[in-house]
Write a protein that binds this ligand. Structure first.
Ligand code: F6R
Length: 607
């Protein structure tokens, strides 16, 4: 939901014009939104330049001429439209009547209409359809009343309702970047001769790995050598703000992790990183899981909550907890959670699964679950993000930064984490042993399945629709396969529990219709044989991902991915790999950019 960056830098500290550094940072944030791009730079003489345009960074960079703008403070924005369609005028940053304040924003200002009306009544002129534009005008209004730039910024933020991460520069304060957060993510980066604030760490990773994740209602400013953070407490008679001590932590991510490293796209790089992501995640689990597994043993009900891919991991986690640990665990889609959470009470456990730790629906579900007395446990890939911070306990996956919009390595890391948790809660040493073999097996699966997935994708790219079928724990894997295909290649793909396919979906099947079968073990795969037969009888084009020992399924398929046999709870993380590769190559053959699927943003921070 939009990427934002703010930088305050001494002249020359970054060895490039500030505009160029902002462009590079925005490129690393492009996964968050990419329908428009813009930046503002203030030079040491207090002159403010704004350039912005509809379009992706690479397409509009010549027009925006980032490199021509140097200065001592600047902000940038890459947009995923909410209020107002993508256009040059709706692109951020937005400015006030005087053109001295520039603001970039991620989120939604819920009370923008009343603020806009009030400001219009005081003579402010608006040019865009965005909610954001009220912010620079509010700042201007408070400056007109005599406030200094930072005081005016705080006073403006205190008037806002909704979700926001805001960065601003002011021609009257060269070398300063102001920032504020409520709900939408914002992270500070502490560099040498330059300080940063951004929606996500990769934006500034080439310059620093010393970070501080901001909390709700924290505001502050950066200069090249100072960072000030305050907690804002809007009161009846103005704004109160208390200085907060800096919570700086050093993260292990390297700049290389946020680059493509020779791969054409982040998605394929991240698919290839899965062996390391699984190994690093497994290495971090023993220290994190003990108390959580103990708590689960005493749980009355367990509800796992996630959105999209994280919902599929939650689904697998629920099946693992039920089948390995004997708990009754159910998966719930985050945006639907409120309809289920009303049944929660003390003694129940909610596991919130979110790679970003910022998905708003999942966060709201955590808040609701806590209100109802349930114990909340977060599974996230981003340390200190909102969901772990607001949960009673947290487990972190260690997949490294995921930049492709489609989740790949964070999914396998989540699946491994939840299976490990279930194995610890159920004292099942065999599952833990199987999980330990996954890094090597994943490496082998990538090597063996990539050429076949690429060849298969050439044919798939010509199709219009596909079914993905599986039973038991293979069903969420099928769901994830279908989601990957549809979101990056724009082919229609639907997953069903295989037994359900006869109850309607099969009506669509005709000669050449693709059906992708997944089986993780003999237990779920045995019953799949009849479904493969039924589809064969209707001329379906059958693709199977199944243990190589499951000849009954593989032998009935037109295209076969024979997979290493292992525990189904480990297999889920492994057998999804051919699906990811098939989706990736299908998108490439269809001429789409798999890293930036249309209409999608990596982190969904609006309901
Ligand atoms: C799909 C995808 C999304 C996310 C979903 C939840 O490839 O990436 O469906 O899984 O938006 O995101 P997190 O895990 O950050 O809560």
């Amino acid at each position: 939901m939009c990427g934002i960056i703010g930088i305050a830098s001494k002249k020359g500290a970054l060895r490039k014009p500030l505009g160029e550094v902002i462009r590079e940072a925005l490129k690393r944030l492009e996964y968050r939104g990419y329908d428009s791009v813009g930046f503002a730079v203030v030079n040491e003489l207090g002159v403010l330049f704004i350039r912005k345009s509809k379009g992706k960074i690479d397409d509009v960079q010549a027009k925006l001429a980032f490199n021509e703008f140097d200065g001592v403070s600047g902000v940038g924005h890459t947009r995923w439209a909410t209020h107002g369609p993508p256009s040059d005028v709706n692109a951020h940053p937005h400015t006030d009547c005087s053109g001295r304040v520039a603001v970039a924003h991620n989120g939604i200002i819920e009370n923008y209409a009343s603020i806009r009306e009030w400001l219009a009544g005081r003579g402010h002129r608006f040019v865009s359809e965005t909610d954001t534009e009220v912010i620079p005008h509010l700042i201007e209004e408070f400056k007109r009343g005599g406030a200094g730039p930072y005081e005016a910024f705080k006073a403006a933020v205190a008037r806002l309702k909704g979700a926001f991460a805001i960065v601003a520069v002011d021609a009257d304060a060269p070398g300063y970047v102001f920032f504020a957060r409520n709900t939408s993510p914002l992270v500070l980066g502490f560099g040498e001769g330059a300080n940063f604030v951004a929606s996500d760490i990769p934006a500034f990773l080439p310059y620093t790995n010393r970070v501080m994740v901001l909390r709700d209602w924290e505001v502050g400013y950066l200069t090249p050598d100072e960072v000030v953070v305050e907690e804002l407490m809007p009161g009846e008679d103005g704004v109160e703000a208390n200085r907060v001590s800096l919570r700086v932590r050093v993260i292990e991510w390297t700049p290389q992790m946020a680059m493509k490293g020779g791969y054409p796209h982040y998605m394929i790089k991240e698919i290839h990183e899965q062996p390391q992501a699984i190994a690093a995640t497994l290495a971090g689990l023993p220290d994190q899981v003990g108390a959580v597994a103990e708590a689960l043993k005493h749980a009355d009900k367990v509800v796992l909550i996630g959105a999209g891919t994280s919902y599929h991991a939650s689904f697998l986690g629920a099946l693992a907890l039920t089948n390995i640990a004997g708990l009754l665990a159910v998966p719930v889609i985050a945006s639907e959670a409120r309809w289920y959470l009303r049944g929660l009470r003390e003694g129940d456990v909610v596991i919130a699964v979110s790679q970003s730790g910022e998905t708003i629906d999942t966060l709201l579900a955590v808040r609701e679950a806590r209100k109802r007395g349930a114990l909340t446990i977060a599974v996230s890939n981003v340390v200190d993000s909102a969901i772990p911070r607001e949960s009673d306990m947290s487990i972190y996956t260690r997949a490294g930064p995921e930049i492709g919009v489609a989740a790949t390595k964070t999914f396998t890391a989540q699946v491994v984490t939840l299976a490990y948790l279930a194995a610890r809660a159920g004292n099942d040493a065999r599952v833990i042993e199987a999980l330990k073999e996954l890094p090597d097996l994943a490496e082998a699966v990538i090597v063996e399945s990539e050429p076949l997935a690429r060849a298969l994708a050439k044919v798939m790219a010509e199709k219009q629709s596909a079914f993905y079928l599986g039973r038991g724990p293979a069903y969420p894997v099928a769901m994830e396969g279908a989601l990957k295909l549809k979101e990056v290649s724009y082919l229609h793909a639907e997953a069903y529990p295989a037994g359900e396919s006869k109850h309607g979906p099969i009506a669509l099947v005709e000669e050449g219709f693709p059906v992708v079968f997944t089986a993780l073990s003999r237990e779920d795969g045995g019953a799949l044989v009849s479904n493969v037969e039924e589809m064969a009888a209707r001329g379906a084009w059958r693709i199977a991902v199944a243990p190589r020992t499951l000849e009954e399924v593989l032998g009935r398929a037109d295209v076969r991915f024979p997979m290493p046999p292992t525990s189904p709870w480990a297999a889920a993380a492994l057998y999804v790999i051919p699906h990811q590769l098939l989706a990736y190559y299908t998108a490439v053959f269809r001429g789409y950019d798999p890293d930036k699927p249309r209409n999608l943003a990596k982190t969904v921070t609006v309901v």
